[in-house]
Design a protein around this ligand. Structure first.
Ligand SMILES: Nc1nc2c(ncn2[C@@H]2O[C@H](COP(=O)(O)OP(=O)(O)OP(=O)(O)O)[C@@H](O)[C@H]2O)c(=O)[nH]1
Ligand SMILES: [Mg+2]
Length: 264
């Protein structure tokens, strides 16, 4: 209670780390512990975690719910069925804005590929005037895992080439990274429901929509670490969806829904 009163008095800004999960049970405890220690010296934001679980059969949701009972910083949004990363993020963003009053939301994978130690650096970028900060594997200081298969490396590189030169996001070096911090002032201008992608094409569509709405984008180096526990959810249909979406973004905008409209 005292902490809440303190936060109320100094009106601290809220940052919500939105973490979609599907069968990530083995990663949850380490992730939460690492985030806690990464943000303990952050003074100007109250940092919360919002897990968006699609009823993982491995009990990820139950584990998070049990932790949330005694950890104020942890919140669980449970959904009935697996609907893909994009839908999970849209639900999470809306919840973070409407129910948690977030000024900043993060996107982060649950598999520890995204080092929580970078959280304060993301927030510094936001404080310096960025609206959309990307943890970038493709700028100096960033990297992808050496042990990735040639297919995995190519998949990531070619996806970025599509996003930059087909969709037209050429100023951004890593358009598909899933580690980001976004000012909610920008998200509030979007019709989130119209972003329409289930897989990682969502990341490109969201970046595109934010740029269209005037977001100032910056990138900080991310050394992407391969997951140790659990399985990748990357599927062939996600690659297909990505290519189709990149081409769609290239086309002249027909549906006005891709622009402005506040509907959160
Ligand atoms: N809620 C929800 N989360 C999902 C879904 N698909 C993937 N995720 C989560 O999204 C994050 C990214 O998925 P990953 O499987 O790690 O995909 P990736 O990072 O592209 O692939 P890897 O590099 O192989 O790990 C993880 O935290 C997943 O648990 C989904 O349908 N629903
Ligand atoms: Mg991953």
């Amino acid at each position: 209670l005292l902490q809440n009163i303190f936060i109320f008095i100094i009106n601290m800004q809220k940052a919500v780390i939105v973490i979609p999960t599907y069968n990530e049970r083995e990663n949850i405890i380490e992730l939460i512990t690492t985030i806690h220690s990464a943000v303990k010296d952050v003074k100007d934001y109250e940092v919360k975690m919002l897990f968006v679980d699609d009823s993982s059969p491995d009990g990820t949701g139950e584990l998070i719910a049990a932790i949330a009972k005694h950890d104020d910083a942890v919140k669980l949004l449970s959904r009935n069925s697996k609907e893909g990363l994009g839908k999970a993020y849209v639900a999470g963003f809306k919840y973070a804005i409407n129910n948690m009053y977030a000024e900043v939301v993060f996107e982060m994978d649950a598999d520890l590929s995204h080092d929580p130690a970078l959280i304060p650096l993301f927030l510094e970028e936001i404080n310096d005037g960025s609206d959309f900060v990307i943890g970038s594997r493709y700028i100096n200081g960033g990297s992808i895992p050496e042990k990735w298969t040639t297919f995995r490396k190519l998949n990531s590189k070619v996806a970025n080439i599509f996003a930059r030169y087909v969709a037209g996001l050429s100023d951004v070096r890593d358009c598909t990274s899933g580690y980001r911090a976004i000012h909610t002032a920008i998200l509030k201008r979007l019709n989130l429901n119209a972003l329409g992608a289930k897989g990682y094409a969502f990341q490109m569509n969201l970046l595109y929509a934010c740029l269209l709405n005037g977001a100032r984008v910056s990138e900080i180096p991310l050394k992407f670490v391969d997951r140790v526990n659990g399985k990748s959810k990357l599927r062939f249909v996600d690659i297909q969806e990505f290519v189709v979406n990149a081409i769609k973004l290239r086309m002249p905008v027909r549906e006005p829904s891709r622009r402005l409209v506040l509907d959160i």
